[in-house]
Design a protein around this ligand. Structure first.
Ligand SMILES: C[S@@+](CC[C@H](N)C(=O)[O-])C[C@H]1O[C@@H](n2cnc3c(N)ncnc32)[C@H](O)[C@@H]1O
Length: 253
């Protein structure tokens, strides 16, 4: 009979393994809980960017115009990651071939009346895109990174699916909270709440578990880490402190 092979025993490993497994399981559970907000359809009730009651309505509209006109030429292959109800995708599909992807089926359903041979819908997680390498000329990732637990993963995926020389349009909400001063309706009337919002980098207390804002420098760093070359960064919102930083970045040839 064959003797069983000796297995090296390390008390340190014995202690570490279950710990890292528990940590991994906890992180997965947190991620699923976070994403449930979108997969359950709850977020559809929250996101109304251009209605009159939205304090950022006019700035959302300006940002959209800038993004749509930044996708140059015609007949480009465009991927809109976390594209929601198609605010960018629908106008872009007049000139280009657009794949509107989002984690939320309910969001995509709002865009379904506009489906055509130039606009297709795909449910997809920004962290792991179901598209081949180098299959798009442009990738858009607008108002999405603040909602993604690990934005670096989403940027690496954008990098993977872009062709060399392709362009990424991506933004973050500024974690310097001074911009909130330009939107009194966002801050509300309670000074105690203002302090909470400022301490959280401009995030409302009820969103703190789910949203993260970033500085311009953090966006630049994440883009460099994902091997993008930044072509331009533009602020939207108040001049003294932009609410959003929008970057146009290229995947090197
Ligand atoms: C603030 S909305 C922005 C929608 C759209 N980009 C726009 O600018 O109108 C954020 C979108 O990101 C989507 N989202 C959140 N997490 C995501 C993820 N991990 N993968 C793909 N989409 C995600 C949400 O479902 C939602 O539609």
């Amino acid at each position: 009979m064959e003797r069983p092979k000796a297995v090296a025993y390390s008390p340190l490993q014995a202690r570490r393994r279950p710990y890292s497994r528990v940590r991994e399981q906890t992180m997965t559970a947190q991620l699923e809980a976070h994403e449930l907000m979108f997969t359950s359809g709850a977020y559809v009730r929250e996101f109304h960017p251009e209605v009159d009651a939205n304090p950022f309505g006019a700035d959302y509209a300006k940002k959209r115009t800038a993004i749509v006109s930044a996708v140059e030429g015609t007949d480009k292959r465009v991927l809109d990651v976390g594209g929601g109800m198609g605010r960018m995708s629908i106008p872009l599909s007049e000139r280009h071939f657009v794949t509107l992807s989002d984690l939320s089926i309910q969001m995509l359903e709002l865009a379904s009346p506009w489906v055509s041979e130039r606009l297709e819908l795909r449910q997809a997680n920004a962290r792991s895109l179901p598209f081949p390498d180098e299959s798009f000329d442009y990738v858009l990732c607008i108002d999405v990174l603040p909602h993604v637990v690990q934005p670096e993963e989403a940027l690496l995926e954008a990098q993977r699916v872009l062709r060399p020389g392709g362009t990424l349009l991506v933004d973050v909400t500024n974690s310097n909270p001074l911009w909130t001063l330009a939107y009194p309706r966002y801050l509300g009337r309670k000074p105690q709440r203002w302090v909470q919002v400022w301490r959280a980098g401009g995030v409302l207390p009820e969103w703190r578990q789910r949203v993260k804002h970033h500085r311009r420098t953090a966006l630049m760093r994440m883009l460099a880490d994902a091997r993008f070359q930044v072509r331009s960064i533009r602020g939207f919102g108040p001049r003294f402190c932009p609410k959003w930083h929008l970057a146009v970045a290229m995947k090197p040839l």
